[in-house]
Design a protein around this ligand. Structure first.
Ligand SMILES: Nc1ncnc2c1ncn2[C@@H]1O[C@H](COP(=O)(O)OP(=O)(O)OP(=O)(O)O)[C@@H](O)[C@H]1O
Length: 452
């Protein structure tokens, strides 16, 4: 504990080197941050009052950097929270009960993506019902429908809607405790608590999950069948539900189609409301593309949107990926966005048979999204630790899922030499033999790439 405080400057310097921060980023955002406290394995960092406007930005951008740096230096896992210096100074002793601070801490702990809000969600015929059910739950958590069970195919907006509910609840009442987790995070935390054999750790896990007002668990199908995780989830569900706390689950199928789902889960999932999201129709696809283009500083003609919306039908993640690829192609090659250029840019994605194909690019996109980084980071030369693992996972998955040579995988990942690819594949192959969390993570990614 002392170590963190005494070595605060060293921690910041290490973070700066580890993540290759430019002088301007370091001096603006990281250097002014001071140490506040460590309590229950949570390191609280103070943001100067004159940077109050940047609180969200700093915490979304630098939280994981601090978490990794401190946890690695201390050889122990810490969580990170941020507070404003003014909130601390206004009432030192009761900092945790100051509304401003509680809001910040609750917001940080909720694990929400700032981009996924109701106002960035395009409502169409395919998702109207799920959208209005989500809004009703957000307006009256624990009262309207409990649990809310959202289901639909990959990339159709379930996660986006779940985060929107979380944001809405916190915007309405900053004192509420909201927690979004993927099933993978939940599973890994259960595994970690059990493996540690430490009762205090298990209690901490239970306290974390059983004291929230709104719990959002994404892709719950990955919990089903994992014995101890499913047991823990069952008890969490019961405790929260009987206390009138809101539970929101997402899955790729309705409860009745989850083959290995036990009756006790099926009946509970059906207590509240089940809402599906279907693939978007043409109008919704066009509206989503246009919403994406709102921040682009040039006009994109209607035929471009039409080409993308006509050819990519069943997955909004892929629709957005195609749009991003077009913008990147035009910037990198310094060419206008004409229909011919768009066809060239998307030739790997929009194939003549137009069916969903597993390609290196799809693997890169899904892995990048899973780790919250950009596809460009995966194919870049940067060796930061946050990019190396996703890159190696891409190499491994390309080998497992595609019939491609090592040279061709190296090319897709922008590597000159295929020995790096061999090393990446070997590393993951070895690591998954002993690292259950990594294996679980790769299973989840694989199912997202190829749900069949
Ligand atoms: N209706 C919508 N309006 C705007 N963006 C959308 C909409 N639906 C989905 N998206 C965008 O599509 C991408 C994929 O959506 P999301 O991650 O929510 O899908 P998902 O259903 O959770 O997929 P998976 O089951 O693979 O996890 C996100 O970037 C999301 O913002």
């Amino acid at each position: 504990m002392d170590f963190i405080e005494k070595n605060w400057d060293l921690i910041k310097e290490t973070l700066r080197n580890e993540y290759d921060l430019s002088d301007i980023s370091y001096n603006t955002w990281v250097k002014p941050l001071s140490f506040h406290s460590v309590r229950d394995d949570v390191v609280t960092i103070m943001i100067p009052s004159d940077q109050a406007h940047a609180l969200k930005y700093i915490s979304s951008k630098y939280k994981s950097y601090f978490q990794v740096t401190i946890s690695e230096m201390m050889d122990h896992t810490y969580d990170i929270s941020f507070v404003l210096e003014s909130d601390v100074n206004n009432n030192n002793d009761e900092m945790m009960s100051q509304p401003g601070t509680v809001y910040n801490i609750n917001y940080e702990n909720a694990n929400l993506n700032p981009k996924y809000r109701f106002d960035t969600f395009v409502v169409g015929n395919n998702n109207k019902f799920a959208h209005s059910a989500s809004l009703a739950v957000a307006e009256s958590p624990g009262e309207a429908y409990n649990p809310l069970y959202l289901y639909g195919g990959p990339g159709l907006g379930k996660t986006h809607l779940m985060h929107s509910i979380g944001h809405f609840v916190l915007d309405q009442n900053p004192d509420r405790k909201v927690l979004y987790v993927t099933s993978e995070q939940f599973t890994n935390e259960v595994i970690e608590s059990i493996r540690s054999g430490n009762a205090a750790k298990m209690n901490k896990f239970r306290e974390k999950y059983r004291t929230v007002d709104v719990l959002l668990i994404d892709d719950v199908q990955f919990i089903i069948g994992k014995e101890s995780t499913q047991e823990e989830f069952f008890h969490t569900f019961n405790v929260l539900h009987s206390a009138g706390k809101q539970i929101i689950l997402s899955s790729d199928k309705p409860p009745k189609e989850l083959e290995t789902l036990e009756e006790r889960f099926r009946s509970r999932f059906e207590w509240g409301l089940i809402a599906d999201i279907q693939p978007p129709d043409y109008e919704t696809r066009m509206a989503i593309l246009k919403k994406n283009a709102e921040n682009y500083n040039k006009v994109i003609s209607e035929d471009i949107f039409d080409y993308i919306a006509t050819n990519i039908k069943s997955n909004i993640r892929e629709l957005e990926g195609a749009y991003n690829k077009v913008i990147a192609y035009s910037r990198l090659n310094n060419v206008e966005i004409t229909l011919d250029n768009v066809k060239e840019a998307l030739k790997d994605i929009i194939s003549p048979d137009a069916s969903r194909q597993v390609t290196p690019q799809l693997i890169i996109n899904i892995v990048a999204e899973h780790f919250g980084i950009k596809p460009e980071d995966i194919v870049s030369k940067r060796r930061n630790s946050e990019f190396v693992l996703p890159r190696q996972i891409c190499m491994y998955l390309c080998r497992m899922l595609l019939d491609e040579s090592l040279q061709s995988i190296a090319k897709s990942l922008n590597k000159k030499d295929h020995t790096t690819v061999i090393h990446g594949i070997d590393k993951i192959t070895e690591d998954i033999k002993t690292n259950e969390e990594l294996k679980n993570r790769i299973d989840v990614i694989m199912k997202k790439i190829n749900p069949a």
